[in-house]
Design a binder for this molecule. Structure first.
Ligand code: UGA
Length: 471
């Protein structure tokens, strides 16, 4: 393998920048990799492998192996930029909450300030890698910022290199990616920049899995990949409702259609709705882009993926209330799982929050258990409420009605119902006979992930509600 000793830096020490740089540092020992972030707390946490700011299996080991050798974390962004040949920009691009395009458009202010800082500080040639998920043609904005000063314009090449890792599997996804995508300008200098970044990945990714294209196709592919993945979940979730109404079983349908190699078996698991920081944000971004370009049918088509997702969360909650004799006021309900999926402590856009808010409005008392979600994060999310819900005028009595427990059995003791919101493996291992004995009867289980063995629970006496299947 080629081994040009690139100096690499990454602006943004979050879910994308952190793990990606750890893997590059590990696989490219001759490169110096520096992760820079203005938040001193976050940088301090990266220095302590036992308390990293994010939880990812295998990440702590990688940090331990490389930190101080060829991996460095710093708050000194300017020095990191100065020194680097290749600069990854992995700052957040969340959905705007105010102003033009609010609720749909991506907030690009962090990206723009990163670009302006690079333009101001750089004195040597740089390859700027757009790692953050961006609207199509965003690289054009970056190039304009870099070329406002003609003196420095020749220093910069912008390439797009979207990240496809999923949370909870970041390290294996980075080590064995389905593909690495790099988009660049179709000029000799553009091709050269793409080639240099490809050489970094070629240290561990087979060449045939590194695909190169132009900037706009690369930017577009990222949004479209997430839109397609989310669309599969909304598609199967819409069918779950049809199954409940007809007596078909959604998991059987998913199995049957998934064996068609053109459809494929993955991402067909029905759920209470998808969450996570990306799917909703990226689709809203795509919808905004299409509609700003006057492509209303395209925008409406993709907006439906979000509509179904909201509907799935709402109808699940309605089913809970209706099954429990149309009132849950004052009843204790155990919420199992608050993270947006298993094996992560991340709660961004978690469907659990929408459900809890609706149950709160109905007057329920809740005990929440999640193996990974920190206490402050839970309360912070509860205080802010779900992102797409209308902001509640009167403050809900959160602390009186919700308790956060560290023992799942404590959550379920004396409860009228158990609601599974996240597909944590440990939920399958509990002693449900003991749990049943301690619950108010009828003891309800609403399995929002079709995770548990429903026949067994039914035999114990539980009233079990599955998704996409008649009770
Ligand atoms: C997603 C994509 O899978 C990654 O490829 C992408 O890089 C990432 O977004 C991103 O853009 O950063 P992530 O959000 O970490 O990754 O998690 P997923 O595993 O995709 O799950 C998203 C949501 O869909 C979760 O709430 C999950 O429980 C739900 N889901 C997933 C289902 O309800 N059913 C399924 O069959 C699969």
């Amino acid at each position: 393998t080629p081994s040009r000793a690139e100096k690499i830096c990454c602006l943004g020490a979050g879910y994308v920048g952190g793990p990606t740089m750890c893997v590059i540092a590990k696989k490219c020992p001759e490169c110096k990799v520096t992760v820079a972030d203005p938040f001193a707390d976050k940088i301090a946490q990266w220095h302590d492998p036992d308390h990293l700011p994010i939880f990812e299996p295998g990440l702590a080991e990688l940090v331990r192996e490389t930190i101080g050798k060829n991996l460095f974390f710093t708050t000194d962004l300017e020095a990191a930029i100065q020194e680097a040949d290749i600069i990854f920009v992995a700052v957040g691009t969340p959905t705007k909450t105010v102003g033009i395009g609010s609720g749909h458009a991506a907030n690009l202010c962090y990206l723009e300030s990163a670009a302006r800082m690079i333009a101001r500080v750089a004195t040597t040639p740089k390859i700027i890698v757009e790692k953050s998920t961006v609207p199509v043609r965003n690289a054009e904005t970056l190039m304009r910022i870099f070329t406002t000063n003609p003196e420095s314009a020749r220093l910069f090449q912008v390439v797009n290199n979207p990240e496809f890792l999923a949370e909870g599997t970041a390290i294996p996804d980075l080590l064995r990616p389905d593909r690495v995508l790099i988009g660049g300008q179709t000029t000799p200098a553009g091709h050269e920049a793409v080639r240099r970044l490809a050489d970094v990945y070629a240290h561990w990714v087979p060449r045939e899995r590194i695909i190169t294209t132009n900037l706009w196709s690369s930017e577009c592919s990222k949004l479209v990949a997430n839109a397609f993945l989310a669309q599969r979940i909304s598609s199967i979730n819409s069918i779950s409702e049809l199954c409940e109404a007809t007596g078909a079983d959604v998991d059987e349908v998913a199995r049957a259609i998934g064996m068609d190699s053109r459809i494929g078996a993955k991402f067909l698991k029905t759920s209470v709705g998808f969450g996570g920081s990306c799917f909703q944000k990226d689709i809203l971004n795509l919808v905004y882009l299409a509609s700003s370009l006057g492509l209303q049918q395209v925008a409406d088509y993709w907006e439906q993926v979000i509509t179904i997702n909201q509907h799935q969360k709402a109808r699940f909650t309605e089913r809970i209330v209706h099954s429990m004799f149309h009132t849950i006021a004052g009843k204790k309900i155990a919420i199992l799982g608050f993270a947006f999926k298993k094996d992560t402590g991340d709660t961004r856009e978690t469907p659990a929050l929408d459900i809890m808010y609706k149950l709160l409005e109905e007057g329920a008392n809740m005990a929440v258990y999640d193996p990974k979600v920190p206490d402050e994060l839970l309360w912070d999310d509860l205080t802010h409420g779900p992102s797409l819900a209308p902001k509640n005028a009167r403050p809900l009595p959160l602390r009186e009605r919700i308790t956060h427990v560290t023992d799942p059995y404590q959550a379920m003791e004396g409860a009228h119902a158990i609601i599974i919101c996240t597909e944590w493996d440990e939920f399958k291992t509990y002693d449900y006979q003991r749990i049943y004995n301690g619950m108010v009867k009828p003891a309800f289980i609403f399995d929002g992930r079709n995770l548990l063995d429903h026949q067994r629970l039914f035999d114990m006496g539980f009233e079990v509600h599955s998704l996409g299947r008649r009770p």
